[in-house]
Design a protein around this ligand. Sequence first.
Ligand SMILES: Cc1cc2nc3c(=O)[nH]c(=O)nc-3n(C[C@H](O)[C@H](O)[C@H](O)COP(=O)(O)OP(=O)(O)OC[C@H]3O[C@@H](n4cnc5c(N)ncnc54)[C@H](O)[C@@H]3O)c2cc1C
Length: 235
Amino acid sequence: MKEIRATFLDRIDRTETVSSFRFLPKEPVDFCAGQFLQVIFDQGNRTNKSLNKYLSFSCRPGKGFIELTKRKSDSDFCKKLLDLKKEDEVLLKGPMGTCVFDKAFEKIAFLIGGIGITPVTSMLEHIVYNNLPVDAAVVYSNLQENDIPFKGEFDLWREKENIRVIYTIVEENPQNKDYFKGVITADLVSSQIPDFKDRIFFISGPPKMVEAMRTICQGLGCDMNKVKTENFIGY
Ligand SMILES: Cc1cc2nc3c(=O)[nH]c(=O)nc-3n(C[C@H](O)[C@H](O)[C@H](O)COP(=O)(O)OP(=O)(O)OC[C@H]3O[C@@H](n4cnc5c(N)ncnc54)[C@H](O)[C@@H]3O)c2cc1C
C-alpha cells in the first residue's frame, strides 16, 4: 500500500444518484480487480473519517487512469469530490483489500445491491478485456429501473456467452419483462444459478446487504469458505 498523488481528470454521471470520478496517477498503480483505496481530503488529520473515505476501483487494472464511483450524498466528502476541477491534485492511499478476482476461479457469482456493484464492474471489465474463460453470473438488485449504475456496460457484457446478469427491481414493477421484481432471495439464486454450489461467491456493499446475502448463501448450504465479502462500512 502506498500514497498516490493523482490529478482529477473528469466525472461521469452514471445515474442521477451515482457518479464516477477519474484520476490520473503520477506513477502507474498496480491493483487487483476488486480492491479499493482511500481518498484523503484531510491530509493534516488522517483519522478524519468524514473527509478521508474508502472507495472501490470501478475500472479494470491497466487502464492508465483510476476510476472510483460514489453514491452521491450531501456529505462534506461528497461535496469535495463533486467540486473537483480538472487538474486538481488529490491524495489517494492504496490499493487495499483481499476480496479480489483470481484468474484461477472458473465459476463465480455475485450477489449485489446498488452501489456494491463498483468492484464487480472492475472484475467483469477485467474478465471481458482479457477474454478470460470464467463463467460469471451476477444477480444485481436495484430500487428503481432508471437508477441502475453501469447498466450500459452490464448489458454489453451479458451478451458474452460466459456472462449472465440477472436484474431485480425492488420498488416498482419493472417495465423490462426480463427483470425480476423484489429483493434477492434464496429462491431467486437457486432458480437462476442452479450450479451455485460450484461457484465462488462475491458479495459487496453496505453491511446490511452483505449480511442478508451471506445469510442466503448459508441457508442454501454454500461452502462459506467460498463466499467472499467486502463491507462498504460507512453506509
Ligand atoms: C472497503 C470499502 C469500499 C467502499 N467502496 C465504495 C464505493 O465504491 N462507492 C461508494 O459509494 N461507497 C463505498 N464505500 C463507502 C464509502 O466509504 C462511504 O462510507 C459511503 O460512500 C458514504 O459516504 P458519504 O460521504 O456519502 O457518507 P454520509 O453522508 O455519512 O452518508 C452515508 C449514508 O447514510 C446516510 N446518513 C448519514 N448520516 C445519517 C444519519 N445520521 N441518519 C440516517 N442516515 C444517515 C446518508 O444520507 C447516506 O445515504 C466503501 C467503503 C469501504 C469500507
